[in-house]
Design a protein around this ligand. Sequence first.
Ligand SMILES: [Zn+2]
Ligand SMILES: [Zn+2]
Length: 671
Amino acid sequence: MGYFKIRDEKNDRAENYMRYADVFLPVPSEKAFTYEIPDDLSVTSGMRVKVKIYNRTVTGFVIRTHDNKPLTFEAKCISGVIDNDTVFGQKFIDLSIFVSDNYICGPGEFMEMAFPSGTRTGNRYKQPYEKNDYLFNLNPAQKKIYDDIIKHSSEGKNLNLLYGITGSGKTEIYIELAKETLRKNKSVIILVPEIALSSQIYQRLYNSFGDDLVLYHSNLSKNQRFANWVKFFKGDSKIAVGTRSGIFLQCSNLGLIIIDEEHDGSYKENSHPRYNARRIAFYRAKNEGALLLLGSATPSVESYYAADKGVLNLHKLLQRHNNAVLPEIEIIEIQSSKPESSLSPRLIVHTKEIIQKNLQAVYLLNRRGYSPVVMCPVCKEKAVCPNCSINLNMHNSNKLLCHYCGYEELHNSKCKHCGNDEMMLIGAGTQRIEEQIEKTFTGFRVMRLDQDSAGKKNVAEDLILKMNNGDIDLLLGTQMVAKGFDFKRIVLVGIIMADIGLNFPDFRATERVFSLLMQASGRCGRGDYPGKVFIQTLDSGNIIFELLKNHDYETFYKMEIEKRKELFYPPFSRIIRLVFRGLEESVVTKHAEKIAEILRNGISSDNVNNEIQILGPAPCPFSKIANNYRWHIILKSKKINGIKDIIKDFVSKQKNKNVYMEIDIDPVDIL
Ligand SMILES: [Zn+2]
Ligand SMILES: [Zn+2]
């Protein structure tokens, strides 16, 4: 590279032949890096290239080419190209700058995370389903909402929230809107929380759109993801269904983004950069002039507030589809959380009755494993993860497992502290309830669905087939059973222990439990038979049970929004959470204190009305995970641009190689 190259004009490959490329690299820097384009490579913007930085080879994303020789440094040469054609356009570059700015990361870091890492588009992907033509007509309530959305759109009001109760037929509206968008020759992105468990919605979309539909989620191979990315980018497919990262799919004319179950926590990424697909969808809808539709039976408090304030057009679908009615809900107060008494007599009687009629039941217990606490009855010590500040969970009667770092050991029933050779198992997870079910009911065909059983191949397909064929009587599981299932023969839902999660030290704890129980209840009574829900709780006086009984989301929302206002939580503030973690607690603490001081000094001048609150530093509720001590600082503010600048300009420059700092903008949990 140290010599001047003489160019042979005749060999120039194209008119747009340029000598330099500006490239975003996966490093925490906002700027683009300039590289020289060697004579034998054809490079244009929108391609990925291989380049060297600090002696390592990384993937670079070319954002422009030009002829301006850098004046202050000698540009290195591009080592090779990855793509022979453009695979992204200017909108992806704009998006990377938006994310960089909003989530404090390098645009190249974002691109590397958002772009599928595959390189070949060869093998054709076989759709996992058969296409069955699926014809329907919108009922009058659905049709009215469809018409309203189109009408608002023609007035330039493109952002919509569909609050539609469980079983009201939101999917039919999605499909009609998608068809209308395709008729205008525009592209559609539909996001769902999780593909495996959302197979039913996927099947229905597939029945309507067939091979025009591309799938996009992390269970595909990386080349398949890349192939689908390219197919959508080139417009060979105009409709995509994906999980969170599907929001990054690029196309020339985006017409519609649908986010189904918009309240779901899985739309938030939990590693750097910690984006929220919902927020990205707002940006893209505005930037690309697309229609946005968020849908849920339990909208997030933030989204409902936005609709209440007119930022989103609010549409309500409060009737179940096909004359089905909402289930009757009965609250059962239980006296203890002992596993032996986890199934109340009323629940048992009703379950027996419906299964004799060849109908189906769902039991929800939002806790996996056998038992969450293993305690010595003599010295009262509990089995704790050696790497985390968290109790070990008993699994399958002989394994102790940490749900946070994955640590496991064999359980030999001996207390490590006093040597007593019997340990008590306190509380129940799904495995233990499965055992109780087997003891209580004979001859029931039970299937358990939780993180431990869902890992096996084809679990979702198997489950859907068996539920539809009536080969399962009772489906037991964690929150997974509450998500989107639509089986017509489920007529009973039993919530085994409704209190789990209510006391989490997190301002969204109540909202999460309320929407989980409402969603779970919504799984029954969707067909010709009315449903019945039994909610077992230790504290039937809690107001949320009264609201659940009345299917009263809106009163819940009103109560919740008052609390948020009073405590200055979102949507009245935005939160930035800084988490510091490292192997030595004193080092972590000191660094967190130093950063807190920088922040307090940085904002004191323009914080006259106390509009910015800095909480901490303090140990995180989970103060040690995987041997890392964790401290955090929580910033609450009406507007966060000023704080983000302070973090970018001062905090990010305070490096400590023994302490890693996570920046979480709009965190979904603060544990
Ligand atoms: Zn002991
Ligand atoms: Zn652990």
